[in-house]
Design a protein around this ligand. Structure first.
Ligand code: DNO
Length: 387
């Protein structure tokens, strides 16, 4: 696999020169300064590409070219927005940037309740606490009928959390779930929003009446519309699985499991319609056998995210080590079946001073560097076995 790294542009505290020193070969980035839904012009794409290349690296993957909410729920301006998306793709294609990651998650991109959950060794990790998530849904968002979506034991955990929740903790939960994890990925809510919960409620309203089948239809419509430009420029689209791979907050989610992946690949059977194999997102659902999914979908995978989670019996999940045997299995599969695919490590712990640097959640320097070292070691060992 090509060793890549998610870099957030010239303002990222981690510089391209630092990345060259640690064995990174390709860069994963986006034009984060261009608002969601606007065209990425050829000039802006080339500016970024030239900047990366002037540091001896290449722009391997776009993560993400964001799909506007209105394309997902089929708003009145969806064709206009798809037209702009096609233009951005053409400009990327002309510049030779040919792998584009996106997601089709309504309203909320990835979700976590805790961004610095302490590990016994003094590092911290991302964590998803199902009880706290239920508290956010039922007691902060106050979504009508929300409690019906949780089982008895989660609801009793939620009651216990409620009895000791302070206003500061509540604020932190809102920040973690809908603010700090969203702004830097060009999500709907940013740190500048004064009333994030109200804004979030109005976004949820856009999806009233949109069920899984409707969302699937909208994804198919979008993919069919963009496939001609992808064919013209040989652009590989790769959808990111839903994180977590579960139905949440009453919203439909359609990239959660084997059957979902099979569906969207078959619905638009063009090889340019592919998957971002985010082992970590898929592993957040106990229903997914991640190594088996890697074997099944390696050939339709255009981008790999190397990380993996442990799901606990109560539905909580936490990032596991990059040396987890399931991840070793996944890496072995890709090294054998799709060795040129770009891969980046993801969601590594905060360690050795990372916590003071204000990095985007999940995107530490030391933690990711260690993870890249681990994954590189696994790749080297696997390739020795292959020979
Ligand atoms: C979180 C990321 C996601 C991902 C998008 C892709 O850390 O994995 O935000 O970039 O879902 O569109």
């Amino acid at each position: 696999m090509e060793k890549t790294w998610r870099w957030f542009g010239p303002d990222d505290k981690i510089t391209l020169d630092m990345l060259r020193q640690i064995g990174v070969e390709g860069i994963v980035t986006a034009l984060h300064h261009i608002p969601n839904g606007e065209i990425w012009t050829y000039d802006e794409v080339m500016k970024m590409k030239n900047f990366i290349e002037s540091h001896g690296l290449r722009w391997s993957v776009v993560e993400s070219l964001p799909v506007s909410e209105s394309i997902k729920y089929a708003g009145p301006d969806r064709d206009e927005l798809i037209g702009k998306y096609i233009e951005s793709l053409a400009n990327l294609g002309k510049a030779g940037v040919r792998t584009v990651c996106y997601n089709f998650m309504p309203v909320l991109d990835w979700a976590r309740t805790d961004l610095d959950y302490p590990n016994p060794d003094g590092t911290t990790n991302l964590y998803f606490n199902r009880g706290e998530f239920a508290y956010f849904d039922c007691c902060i968002l106050k979504r009508p009928g929300a409690s019906a979506d949780y089982d008895e034991s989660t609801l009793s955990r939620m009651e216990e959390i409620k009895s000791r929740m302070t206003p500061e903790q509540e604020h932190r939960l809102v920040e973690n779930i809908i603010v700090k994890t969203q702004g830097f990925v060009n999500g709907n809510i940013t740190e500048n929003d004064a009333a994030p919960v109200e804004k979030f409620r109005s976004l949820l309203k856009l999806y009233e009446g949109v069920d899984r089948d409707t969302l699937r239809g909208n994804m198919k419509y979008f993919l069919e519309a963009i496939m001609p430009v992808c064919n013209e420029y040989d652009i590989n689209m790769c959808v990111h699985p839903d994180d977590p791979p579960l139905q949440i907050l009453g919203l439909p989610r359609i990239v959660t499991c084997d059957e979902d992946i099979r569906w969207f690949l078959d619905a638009v059977p063009d090889p340019h319609n592919g998957l971002t194999f985010c082992a970590g997102s898929l592993s957040g659902g106990a229903h997914n056998d991640v190594p088996a999914l890697a074997r099944k979908y390696a050939s339709r995978t255009h981008f790999v995210h190397a990380r993996i989670c442990n799901v606990m019996p109560n539905g909580d999940f936490k990032e596991s080590s990059h040396l987890d045997p399931r991840l070793i299995d996944v890496i072995r599969t890709f090294e054998r079946e799709n060795p040129g695919v770009p891969m980046r490590v993801d969601h590594a712990p905060l360690m050795l001073g990372d916590e003071k640097m204000g990095y985007n959640a999940g995107y530490s320097f030391h933690g990711r560097m260690l993870a890249l070292g681990m994954v590189s070691g696994i790749m080297a060992a696997v390739n020795t076995d292959n020979n």
